[in-house]
Design a binder for this molecule. Structure first.
Ligand code: ADP
Ligand code: MG
Length: 609
């Protein structure tokens, strides 16, 4: 339960509303408690049991005092209006009491509405903010579907199973305590009896609720799997279709889907047991109470009308008790979701802003890799090893090497998407660990092999992440990126939506958009990671021209297969298994007749250029 109370930290921003709701709850409780004894005068008159009090008693704030005073008023009423007239008044009174009770009940829920939904919003936002800032290393280890499930359905689960019963948790104890006090006043003996019965049933119900949390956690996990399958299938639809693998995928999905169904059914069976069970136990309690209580009435230890009021008050207790036990169930069920959410929120970010960042001046000198080594989590192999490299301002450095030789890793280390294990990377002598992430990354523009675009307009994709973007600047970037033609031919020009991941565009068009995006940001350092390797010859030429244009006056790291891009580089680095095996200019390396020469041979033979 401690975790449940830890949820209260989310109530911080809603103190006013919660206060209002609690006040309404107290009023609801008061009117609920009062509604039971209100029936007493009615019964007294109906059965002719009243004893007229004709002298005004001294009013005191005690239960007896109130009762005597009420009886006196009642006697006055009967004298003035006659019996049936008095009954009419009493009926009116009962209506009024129940009206107030329900009015405040509604108001308490009314005030809680924004609180529940607000808290859900806060949790969801926190989760999103956390996930979006999380280390890449952490994210690659996780299934996307599982994260989606946590941000969407787990949060929803918390709302429906925990916040939904928040009103109950705040209100019902008041009603229970109030009613119990009244019960105690009418007959301590009977109340003790009721109390024992209640504890007994509480135990039975609690036992069933216990396993609910574990089951619920499993249910949410499976839902995560389902979402993962869905997400993967949707993004891989093209491949699934062209491999004719629809039925295969469908069967995989059906398996998870079935598992989910079965788990959910078991969960429902258990949860649905709570209501019939508590009703049955309730009626058993009432039957025992009727038998026991009527015994007391027969012996004269209890007055008949008090017994009836007692029963009514008991009903007032048993209703909220039932609601309470339902709440208990729901909370158990929801706590699994809370734990799944907390486990995300609790993850510590490994790569974050330095505590005392060093202000970076405009890029002046160089980038220096010194003895840099790194291996991916869980991998024995070093992805890059002992890299020493200087990239002076204004120069073009090319990195070549077989696929898997560590080229992209080197870039990711520079961007601090991963943290170097040994050695250091410095920009103008400042270790990148001491630079604010944003400062570092805005200085570096990346055009990657896989163009990453969002389901939005062309304009917004180019201006992505920037606020207050000048239209002219965008047009200029587009011009340099050689993207004018196809944008103009698009149905709505800049306002054309490009579909999920830019699916409505060709590979070359997508690439040119990402280039325009990099140009617009005007970074002093530019990284081209195989930016043209997936393009056909015609679009490659367009993209090449665009790249040449932006490499001017910038410091550039190019990773490329194509000779045309690398042969003019100031220095060429040849990577093999994460290590630099050769370095020099195109001519120098050719004359060495080593790995680079082989690489060039392959290019020429298989028509790279
Ligand atoms: P390149 O860009 O030269 O093709 P990479 O830098 O992407 O090569 O990869 C270098 C090595 O690191 C490869 O052996 C690859 O399998 C491994 N690798 C790349 N990314 C990850 C990752 N996220 N987790 C584990 N290993 C990785
Ligand atoms: Mg790569």
């Amino acid at each position: 339960m401690t975790r449940f109370w830890s949820l209260l930290k989310y109530t911080e921003n809603y103190k006013g509303l919660i206060g209002a709701s609690i006040v309404c709850n107290i009023l609801t409780a008061v009117f609920t408690v009062v509604s039971a004894p209100a029936i007493i005068p009615f019964l007294q008159i109906l059965f002719g049991l009243e004893q007229a009090i004709l002298q005004e008693p001294v009013f005191t704030w005690s239960l007896d005092g109130i009762r005597n005073y009420a009886n006196y008023q009642l006697s006055q009423l009967i004298q003035a209006e006659g019996k049936s007239g008095a009954l009419l008044y009493i009926c009116g009174g009962i209506i009024l009491i129940f009206f107030c009770k329900n009015l405040f009940r509604y108001l308490s829920m009314f005030f809680m509405g924004p609180v529940r939904n607000g808290m859900v919003r806060d949790i969801r936002q926190q989760l999103f903010d956390k996930v979006i800032r999380m280390d890449l290393a952490w994210l690659t280890e996780r299934r996307k579907g599982d994260l989606i499930a946590r941000v969407s359905t787990d949060v929803q689960e918390v709302e429906s199973s925990i916040f939904n019963v928040l009103v109950t948790v705040f209100r019902e104890p008041l009603v229970i305590i109030g009613s119990l006090l009244f019960l105690l006043y009418v007959s301590p003996q009977l109340t003790l009896f009721v109390f024992v019965l209640m504890i007994f049933t509480g135990f039975i119900i609690g036992g069933i609720g216990k396993t609910l949390k574990k089951k619920s956690a499993k249910v949410q996990d499976t839902l995560g799997n389902i979402l993962a399958k869905l997400e993967e299938s949707l993004s891989g639809l093209r491949i699934i279709k062209s491999f004719g693998a629809e039925s295969f995928r469908s069967a995989q999905f059906a398996e998870e889907n079935n598992k989910y169904k079965d788990l959910l059914t078991h969960l429902l069976w258990r949860r649905d047991l709570s209501s019939p069970l508590s009703e049955f136990l309730g009626i058993v309690m009432v039957a025992i109470l009727l038998w026991y209580g009527s015994g007391l009435v027969f012996t004269g230890a209890l007055r008949a009308e008090s017994f009836l009021a007692f029963l009514l008050a008991f009903f007032n207790v048993s209703q909220p008790t039932k609601a309470f036990s339902a709440a208990f169930y729901n909370i158990q069920k929801g706590m699994a979701a809370v734990e799944r959410i907390d486990s995300i929120l609790a993850v510590e970010q490994q790569i974050s802003n330095p505590t005392s960042p060093i202000q970076l001046n405009p890029f002046q000198e160089n980038i220096v890799f010194k003895n840099v080594s790194f291996s991916y989590h869980g991998s024995e192999r070093k992805a890059v090893q002992n890299i020493n490299l200087e990239i002076p301002k204004g120069k073009v450095i090319a990195i070549v090497g077989a696929s898997g030789s560590g080229k992209t890793t080197l870039i990711d280390l520079l961007l601090r998407l991963y943290e170097v294990e040994k050695g250091s990377i410095k920009i103008d002598g400042v270790n990148i660990k001491n630079i604010r992430l944003k400062d570092l990354r805005t200085r570096i523009g990346v055009v990657s092999q896989e163009p990453v675009l969002f389901n939005d307009t062309i304009f917004n994709n180019i201006a992505f992440g920037l606020t207050e973007v000048d239209k002219k600047a965008v047009a200029k970037a587009v011009e340099i990126a050689n993207a004018e033609d196809f944008i103009e031919q698009s149905p709505n020009g800049y306002e054309t939506n490009i579909g999920d991941g830019g699916r409505k565009l060709s590979g070359g068009q997508r690439q040119r958009l990402t280039i325009a995006r990099a140009i617009l940001r005007n970074p002093p350092i530019l990284i081209l990671d195989e930016a043209t390797s997936s393009l056909d010859a015609a679009s490659e030429q367009l993209v090449q021209a665009a790249l040449k244009a932006i490499m001017k006056e910038r410091t550039t790291i190019v990773i490329a297969h194509r000779l045309s891009t690398i042969q003019y580089a100031d220095e060429i680095i040849v990577l093999k298994d994460g290590q630099i095996v050769e370095r020099g200019t195109h001519q120098q390396l050719l004359s060495e007749k080593g790995a680079y020469q082989q690489f060039v041979q392959l290019q020429l033979t298989f028509g790279g250029d």
